[in-house]
Design a protein around this ligand. Structure first.
Ligand code: SER
Length: 317
């Protein structure tokens, strides 16, 4: 079997995806690639790690040859909030970087490329409740524009060249191992850290802001399950809606209060409110359920319990 490459390996999702893939395929079969941030000692010791710039196509090609890569999990991306502050950078990393990955996929006949998409592909004109898989994609953020482009290009490379590109529209992802960086849904992670450390949090979206969300174990499972399903089962390729739960910022705070009764939350919306308001409240993910058996395990109470249990010792240490 050829090896697996994960870019964005030091990021929120990448770091946990690498761990799971190494458990499944063996430490040395999974090559972790970061951009600038140092990996944890655990990641570096467990298996191969290298720095690579997704915009440096030549370096990336050398990497593919050196490690005999067959499957490429392309996790590096600029998220929505940073993307609004640095739209040119988001365009370069998310579109030019992705184009490099697709072209390398063709040149080196990669077996499979997995590129996550996002709920950011939707926009204000999209129906916001139980948003269908096939619907209006008119995002207002640069991040969303790059993700729609990624979906369309991935589907094009599959139809036109037979390159097996797969992707799923991830909602807000909540986790306790690695912090997210620069997304609109980051409040749903920060709130747990602040609740444990200071018993209070100032949330940057309104109390009644509802978004689709997912706990990291479900997210990693979704990505690997989609990658593993036989190609013949897929009718969609790069654009599966996936969700696990939807809640308002207020409901999230209430679920934490059940365990930490002294916790208080204030709401001071900033520029990220407009981004959140342009995204769906809930998603219809029946295509993912039908085509590759998607089924999440965690709901809000179960996730909150686990987050607080896992984070408390870590933050006290
Ligand atoms: N979590 C991402 C963001 O907020 C959504 O894909 O940017």
């Amino acid at each position: 079997m050829k090896n697996i490459l994960v870019t964005g390996a030091v990021g929120q999702i990448g770091s946990e995806l690498v761990e799971k893939l190494r458990e499944k395929y063996g430490n040395n079969s999974v090559i972790a690639a970061g951009h600038k941030t140092q990996p944890t000692e655990g990641m570096r010791k467990a298996g191969p790690f290298e720095f690579v710039n997704i915009l440096d196509k030549e370096a990336l090609e050398k990497f593919i040859v050196k490690y005999n890569i067959g499957t490429f999990y392309h996790m590096s991306s600029i998220l929505s909030a940073v993307g609004e502050q640095k739209p040119q950078l988001a365009f370069q990393v998310n579109i030019l970087g992705l184009y490099n990955v697709l072209e390398i996929g063709l040149k080196y006949k990669l077996e499979k490329i997995i590129i996550p998409s996002s709920i950011a592909v939707f926009g204000p004109e999209t129906p916001r409740d139980n948003t269908p898989n096939e619907t209006i994609l008119l995002p207002t953020t640069m991040y969303g524009i790059t993700k729609v482009t990624g979906e369309l290009l991935g589907n094009y490379y599959f139809r036109r060249f037979g390159l097996d590109v797969r992707g799923l529209r991830l909602p807000g992802i909540i986790s306790y191992k690695t912090l997210p960086g620069g997304g609109t849904t980051d409040y749903a992670v920060e709130i747990y850290y602040e609740a444990i450390k200071h018993k209070k949090y100032t949330c940057f979206v309104r109390e009644n802001t509802v978004l689709p969300m997912m706990y990291m174990p479900d997210c990693v499972k979704a990505i690997i399950d989609l990658a593993d399903v036989p190609l013949s089962k897929l009718k969609h390729h790069t654009d599966f809606n996936v969700t696990a739960m939807s809640f308002s910022a207020g409901e999230l705070a209430d679920s934490i209060k059940e365990i930490i009764p002294e916790f208080t939350c204030e709401y001071k919306p900033d520029f990220r409110q407009a981004i959140a308001d342009s995204w769906p409240k809930s998603l219809d993910d029946s295509a993912a359920r039908e085509e590759w058996g998607w089924k999440p395990e965690y709901d809000l109470p179960k996730m909150t319990k686990d987050m607080i249990e896992k984070l408390s010792p870590k933050l006290k240490a």
